[in-house]
Ligand binder design. Structure first.
Ligand code: BGC
Length: 426
């Protein structure tokens, strides 16, 4: 089993998780207040900002041909309307280096972190965010559009919906577990009041008015996210119509036991179908998946004690991504790209097994005629898993953060071997 020459096989990162010193972002402030719910601050992260050449070269050597990464809004526009030419130069060099290495860049314009000034002023519940995002997007595309073949406007546009649901379940005293595919620290009740008080002081606003991206959303907040996506697409297409534009969605593989069918339908409705009308003009859809959810007549079933789990506590279930692609393809006939899929584990053999089983699923989808154009493994590097800090290890490359030395894992070369002429029985 080898993928076609044109298939994009690569890895993904997000700026805040790898670059380091994203000091103008909202998350930087949230991480650094004394009673932060973040287990640790991001600090230098894995210094990808300065070491991206080495990281991209490692991808190239392994045989990969695509890299999904973020252009960080808070760096490019640290104050509203003040654009940093030197940051644009930085990202231009990075894009050019990808091309030089034969790596197709897939650029994300927003991956969870936002400029501090945006969040200070109502963030993702303020309608003004739509035009503010469009201004930043226009600036980036005018300067760098020529180098960018693919754009993911907003990462996991449905994250707010999923977090809102998680909080509802927690209020009812039910499962924290695996139902949100992102590193949240749910073990924080005690410090909560102090944390919010400190945030209020740091942002100079009522803590109830701090709406960062990864937080519960009102229906209006969800509309704002989709409007921001649509405006961004218009702006990109007006400047560079040839760029392929899409959004990314976090989707679980929802499975029904007898009696659970309606729950599955509801889960897909809220996480996927509700978003579809706003995506009709997009060129592709980015899918991100880490595991499955099983429903019976009572709703989501808690994970069995004996289930095989990843370090994040999710069920180890690499077949989920193929199932999600197949589900989506029933309602989406254009290009599909897997923009994230991966596993946090200390055991690299387990990562290899995950990759192999996930890729078998993707290969089967392609054989069935589904237009899957790429697979970006999460993640290129062990990195900052949001509120969980550096405790998680999703990377194909480990990093010794005391020296920032890169330690490629076997799984990096294993993933790359699917582009090479290596026999994989299937
Ligand atoms: C996010 C990543 C995150 C990954 C693993 C996705 O929800 O886009 O930023 O690190 O899941 O939890």
């Amino acid at each position: 089993m080898v993928f076609h020459e044109s298939f994009l096989l690569g890895a993904a990162t997000a700026a805040h998780q790898v670059e380091g010193n994203n000091i103008h972002s909202d998350l930087w402030v949230m991480e650094n207040v004394p009673h932060s719910t973040y287990k640790e601050p991001s600090l230098d992260a894995v210094d990808h900002y300065n070491r991206y050449r080495e990281d991209i070269r490692l991808m190239k050597e392994a045989g990969l041909n695509a890299y999904r990464f973020t252009i960080e809004w808070a760096r490019v526009e640290p104050e509203e309307g003040q654009f940093e030419a030197k940051e644009i130069d930085h990202y231009r060099e990075k894009l050019l280096y990808c091309h030089e290495m034969g790596i197709t860049p897939i650029v994300t314009l927003h991956h969870f972190s936002s400029p501090f000034w945006l969040t200070k002023d109502g963030g993702w519940e303020n309608e003004a965010t739509v035009e503010r995002f469009a201004n930043y997007v226009a600036y980036v595309i005018k300067a760098l559009g020529e180098q960018i073949p693919y754009i993911c406007t907003i990462n996991e546009a449905n994250m707010g919906v999923q977090i809102t649901k998680l909080i509802e379940r927690m209020k009812k005293g039910a499962g924290q577990g695996s139902q949100v595919q992102v590193g949240l620290n749910t073990d924080i009740q005690e410090n909560m009041m102090r944390y919010y008080q400190e945030l209020g002081e740091a942002f100079g606003t009522d803590p109830l008015n701090i709406h960062e991206f990864v937080s519960p959303k009102t229906p209006k907040g969800n509309e704002i996210i989709l409007a921001a996506h649509q405006r961004a697409r218009e702006v990109i297409k007006a400047i560079r119509p040839e760029i392929k534009v899409g959004i990314t969605l976090s989707l679980h593989d929802n499975q029904a036991l007898p009696g659970g069918e309606e729950h599955v339908e509801k889960a897909y409705q809220e996480d996927f179908h509700d978003f579809l009308p706003a995506l009709q003009e997009d060129d592709f859809i980015g899918l991100q998946n880490y595991s499955r959810q099983i429903f019976d007549e009572n709703g989501m079933k808690p994970l069995e004690e004996t289930a095989r789990k990843t370090k994040m506590g999710y069920e180890f279930y690499p077949e989920a991504i193929g199932n999600v692609v197949r589900y989506v393809s029933n309602y989406w006939s254009k290009e599909i790209m897997v923009t994230e899929n991966g596993i946090s584990t200390a055991n690299d053999e387990e990562r290899k097994e995950y990759i192999e089983r996930a890729l078998i699923g993707i290969h089967d989808c392609i054989k069935a005629g589904i237009p899957v154009s790429g697979y970006m493994h999460w993640s290129l590097l062990d990195n900052f898993e949001w509120q969980l800090g550096y405790s998680q290890t999703f990377g194909l490359i480990a990093v010794d953060r005391t020296t920032q030395k890169r330690l490629p894992k076997e799984s990096l070369y294993f993933l790359g071997s699917y582009k090479k002429d290596v026999a994989h029985e299937h």
